[in-house]
Design a protein around this ligand. Structure first.
Ligand SMILES: [Zn+2]
Length: 79
């Protein structure tokens, strides 16, 4: 079963402190968990990290806060 992003966002509304483990691309605004998220999130335990991995995909951002897909587009358009 594939979870929609809306369910992930609802989860973040319930647990706003978990937002610090979520990356948001500055261009496409897609959400994903930080690839360096630990197995256990402090005070939340292993369940929170498991849920974030369930609701979101890993999303790495570059130094400009842009996801890989968008940074490739930006590069292409600059050439
Ligand atoms: Zn993006």
């Amino acid at each position: 079963m594939i979870m929609t992003p809306v369910e992930g966002e609802e989860y973040l509304i319930l647990y706003p402190a978990l937002r610090k483990w979520i990356n948001e691309c500055a261009i496409c605004h897609s959400l994903g968990y930080k690839p360096d998220m630990p197995e256990e999130i402090y005070t939340f335990g292993p369940v929170a990290a498991k849920n974030l991995r369930h609701y979101f995909k890993p999303l790495a951002l570059n130094k400009d806060g842009i996801c890989e897909a968008c940074s490739k587009l930006v590069e292409k358009n600059n050439i």
